[in-house]
Design a protein around this ligand. Structure first.
Ligand code: NDP
Length: 451
């Protein structure tokens, strides 16, 4: 009898906790997936016997390294960098780089694990990885950021490559940082390859990559609504975050006739009862990226809006919600408040913004709930398209890419329905995404034998 015959979900999770001490985010991400997968593989002996879930929940490798740089005052600063290469069963490792003081091995392991399923869901040949550093870009000069990026890449370059591992941006890493890192990679290796995505258009970047995650999360939301014969017209949307994903989600909501009323950052949230418009969103984009401002300053610019210091926006009544800031920003009581206030659909722009209690509250209430691995996959999907364009040495037109993004989000929605339709008109998108993502990676792993 195989060992796995004796293992049930609680025993499996005990093992995950034991092997990954003090890595709460990683354990949480594995638990969320394992809850669905154990049920799915109950009668599928091969997956048990081959220990597939256990293997996916053990990264292929983790590289950790020192990043030294010099600040503007001449002080030597030391940060830690990581690259977690979780699984490359279906393609080169692919996933963003995050610069934020909260980055640690647990956070990057959870992100790389999630990324494995997300990338599989897109239908494109990409494995899962994630990287980053505990470097805090806030308050740093442009020169300091450049020196940090160069130092980070001076080690990372040995572990990545266009057919090996292709990083992109994430929190704290936008087009500017990708530019500095790509420049350093090119300088060290003397190679111009598609080793990073999210590049500038002048040097191999793809149209609509910056917009893709936020737009994709709204397309997924629309798909869920349309599945219930509804749309976004006139719907009030509560959005958290004010970075790349949040602002582009707000923009697409406006384009589709909805009304976003909140944005946030780590200082609190703004509520604009008149709704955000494209002009207001453009102001936020410029304010947060170029001026490195705070969202609180929105209320000085736009009268009628209010700032709520230290709070999250989940108590604001709404029809739909898009958490687009960071992990574990939406807790059980927040989910219950959203449901009680009439929210019918949640689409996660961020990665794992809802904690397990919140996910269970949404499932219990049977509202439409799209987990990040399905809803925010538009970003990595267009990154995949950027890789294809780089390989072809061509740039596709914006209309083509817009259509491909829409098509990919439709495909992810359809894959979620395959395993998520629970009868009685309820779709469990978490289950659908977990099983569809798992099955593709698992079947590839079966083909390789024990490696
Ligand atoms: P940005 O750095 O552009 O923006 C992050 C936003 O989240 C900022 O408004 C930031 O506020 C806020 N934030 C960060 N930490 C906290 C916190 N602890 N509490 C409240 N607000 C916080 O990042 P992105 O928009 O790119 O990423 C947002 C989320 O989307 C992340 O979970 C990321 O992993 C996910 N994602 C991003 C993709 C992409 O293509 N960029 C792809 C798929 C997922 P502040 O300025 O105060 O830090």
């Amino acid at each position: 009898m195989a060992i796995s015959d004796h293992v049930d979900l609680p025993t499996f999770m005990e093992g995950v906790k034991r092997r990954n001490p003090h890595q709460d985010e990683f354990v949480q991400a594995v638990q969320e997936v394992a809850e669905d997968i154990f049920e799915f593989i109950a009668d599928k002996e091969e997956y048990h016997e081959q220990q597939i879930l256990r293997r996916i929940a053990e990264p292929d490798r983790i590289v950790s390294f020192r990043v030294c740089w010099e600040d503007d005052s001449g002080n030597i600063r030391v940060q830690r960098g990581w690259r977690v290469q979780n699984n490359n069963a279906i393609g080169p490792y692919k996933g963003g780089i995050r610069f934020h003081p909260s980055v640690n091995e647990s956070v990057l392991k959870f992100l790389a694990f999630e990324q494995t399923f997300k990338n599989a869901l897109t239908g494109l040949p990409m494995g899962g990885g994630k990287g980053g550093s505990n470097f805090n870009p806030k308050g740093k000069s442009v020169r300091e950021i450049m020196r940090f990026c160069q130092s980070f890449m001076t080690e990372l370059y040995r572990h990545i490559g266009a057919d090996v591992d292709v990083p992109a941006g994430d929190i704290g890493v936008g087009g500017r940082e990708i530019g500095y890192m790509f420049g350093q990679y090119k300088r060290i290796t003397n190679q111009f390859t598609g080793v990073l995505t999210g590049k500038g258009l002048e040097y191999g970047g793809s149209m609509i990559r910056p917009e893709a995650t936020g737009y994709g999360a709204v397309y997924f939301l629309l798909n869920m609504l349309q599945h219930k014969e509804q749309d976004l017209h006139g719907k009030v949307a509560v959005i958290s975050g004010s970075g790349n994903v949040a602002t582009h989600a707000a923009e697409k909501i406006v384009q589709l006739g909805g009304k976003p009323v909140t944005l946030s950052d780590s200082g609190g949230f703004i509520y604009d009862p008149d709704g955000l418009t494209q002009d207001k969103i453009d102001w936020v984009k410029a304010h947060k990226t170029h001026r490195r401002g705070r969202i609180s300053e929105y209320v000085e610019e736009f009268k009628g809006a209010t700032f709520h210091e230290g709070q999250t926006p989940w108590n604001v009544p709404c029809d739909v919600a898009l958490p687009c800031a960071t992990q574990n920003e939406l807790l059980g009581p927040d989910a219950k408040a959203l449901v009680a206030n009439g929210c019918i659909a949640v689409s996660e722009g961020a990665n794992m913004p809802s904690n397990l209690d919140a996910v269970h509250a949404f499932k219990d209430a049977k509202i439409m709930f799209a987990p990040g691995k399905a809803a925010n996959a538009g970003g990595v999907a267009v990154s995949g398209l950027e890789m294809s364009q780089n390989s072809e040495r061509r740039a596709w037109k914006e209309e083509e890419l817009q259509a491909m993004l829409r098509d990919i989000m439709d495909g992810i929605h359809a894959r979620c329905l395959t395993y998520g339709e629970m009868g009685g008109g309820y779709t469990d998108y978490v289950r659908g995404a977990n099983i569809a993502g798992f099955k593709k990676v698992a079947d590839a792993m079966l083909a390789f034998g024990v490696v």
